[in-house]
Design a protein around this ligand. Structure first.
Ligand code: ADP
Length: 436
């Protein structure tokens, strides 16, 4: 137009009129497209897509655009739901881990924790420095090193509450920063039970070695004496050989008890199956201990009017009866020459439980010793126990056997008033097949 007007090919007024008509026609033609675009843009801007009204559009191209937009919105929603579900799953997983876990940021602040950590440390730990929670310098050093880019490591420490819990803490760097700036993970593993077992094993080996060394040293001493100064002394030889026999018997007993203990421990998860009459077991042991009772001044009686049948291991139950009755006879006897003191053995059944009780009128046991009596090598008076041929393992064996038999040991005693040891075992049910 401009060229034509300038070249005066067409006059200006008609040209302007034609231009106006052309512009108006174009605007009219484009109007539905502009309105549709406006509607689609408004729809796209709405942040709550479910509530946004779907506009009625006039043009095909805008309809195509709207369809594409709705599709990508649906895809986006599906993916967001999936991400939320995964997040929830990982949170649940994190919370279900039994060990306390803390997330640390670069400044060593706690920025997240799982349910186990909340249980141990409470809920108010967020955004505090790790040092406010755990003051162990080695642990803080390990955390600092990890946050400075060093590889992770483990530190062991004791937390006074709850109840002196021993932990092994592992600090590990995260390969890339987590949500909220998490840079390292601190996990705590309760190793209290493990440490206790370790300690018990070490104590056990030390005790067993000591118990074996004492008679062995005596034996070696007497052998040397018999080879040297007492070589031709027949009186001394007889005396020493007697002592040597005692010491060797003591060692053999100790080894027998140690082997019994380890055998019982090995089978502790295998329930016994035999039908065993505790009354017969008790009678058998009482008969066998008659001579010892005579020596120690004990009057051994038994009250077992009927068969009391349990599901058990006969040999192991014999060891229980032997240990309990022998202890009562050993510790509860009146001594040589004095008028004998009673030791009563009673076997009974009450409800669904069998009871095997041994009562003596000996010196009794002070309350502080009672909870420890079933520990291996625990004795109230070690010298007295050794003199009487004790190994310190009898009640430990009793306890292990009873545990395997789903039973319990009760001790009732006061100093000066004797003692009653009662083993309780479930009676055999209706499935009694045969009585051994
Ligand atoms: P030991 O071989 O020393 O007898 P046990 O494990 O059988 O070992 O018993 C542990 C300790 O318990 C004994 O050393 C003794 O001090 C005490 N004890 C056990 N039975 C009696 C009892 N009837 N009267 C007094 N003390 C007892």
């Amino acid at each position: 137009f401009v060229v034509l007007v300038v070249a005066q090919a067409i006059p200006i007024l008609p040209a302007l009129a034609a231009l106006a008509v052309l512009s108006a026609a174009t605007a009219l033609l484009l109007r539905p497209y502009i309105q549709d675009l406006d509607d689609v843009a408004r729809f796209a801007r709405d942040l709550r897509p479910e509530e946004a009204p779907v506009p009625a559009l006039r043009t095909d191209i805008a309809n195509d655009l709207l369809t594409a937009l709705k599709l990508s919105r649906r895809e986006f929603r599906t993916q967001s739901e999936e991400v939320a579900a995964r997040l929830k799953f990982h949170e649940t997983l994190f919370d279900s881990l039994p060990s306390p876990i803390l997330l640390l940021d670069r400044q060593r602040r706690i920025i997240g924790e799982n349910a186990a950590a909340r249980k141990v440390f409470g809920r108010q730990q967020r955004d505090r420095d790790l040092a406010a929670l755990l003051r162990n310098p080695d642990l803080l050093d390990a955390a600092d090193q990890v946050l400075a880019g060093e590889p992770g490591g483990a530190v062991e420490f004791t937390l006074p509450s709850p109840a002196n819990t021993e932990y092994r803490a592992m600090v590990e760097p995260l390969p890339r920063p987590g949500p909220g700036g998490a840079a390292a993970v601190l996990s705590l593993h309760d190793i209290t039970a493990l440490k206790r077992v370790e300690q018990m094993r070490a104590d056990f080996i030390a005790n067993a070695s000591h118990e074996l060394r004492t008679p062995l040293a005596a034996l070696l001493g007497f052998i040397e004496t018999l080879q040297g100064p007492a070589r031709n002394d027949s009186v001394a030889r007889e005396k020493f050989l007697g002592i040597m026999q005692q010491q060797a018997t003591r060692m053999a007993r100790l080894i027998d008890d140690l082997l019994s203990l380890s055998r019982i421990e090995r089978t502790r998860h295998v329930p016994p199956t035999e039908a065993v009459d505790l009354a017969l077991v008790a009678r058998h042991v009482v008969d066998g201990l008659g001579p010892l009772a005579e020596q120690t001044g004990a009057r051994l009686t038994i009250d077992a009017p009927a068969a009391v049948v349990v599901t058990g291991d006969r040999d192991e139950l014999l060891r229980v009866a032997e240990n309990l009755i022998e202890n009562a006879v050993k510790y509860g006897g009146a001594g040589d020459g004095a008028s004998p003191k009673p030791v009563r053995v009673r076997v009974s059944a009450v409800g669904a439980r069998a009871f095997f009780a041994v009562n003596d009128e000996g010196p009794g046991i002070a309350a502080e010793h009672l909870p420890r009596l079933t520990e291996r090598f625990y004795r109230v008076d070690a010298g007295d126990s050794r003199r009487k041929g004790g190994t310190g393992l009898g009640l430990a064996i009793v306890k292990h056997v009873l545990t395997r038999h789903r039973g319990r040991l009760y001790v009732d005693s006061r100093p000066g008033e004797g003692a009653t040891f009662t083993a309780e075992i479930p009676l055999r049910g209706d499935d009694v097949l045969s009585i051994k």
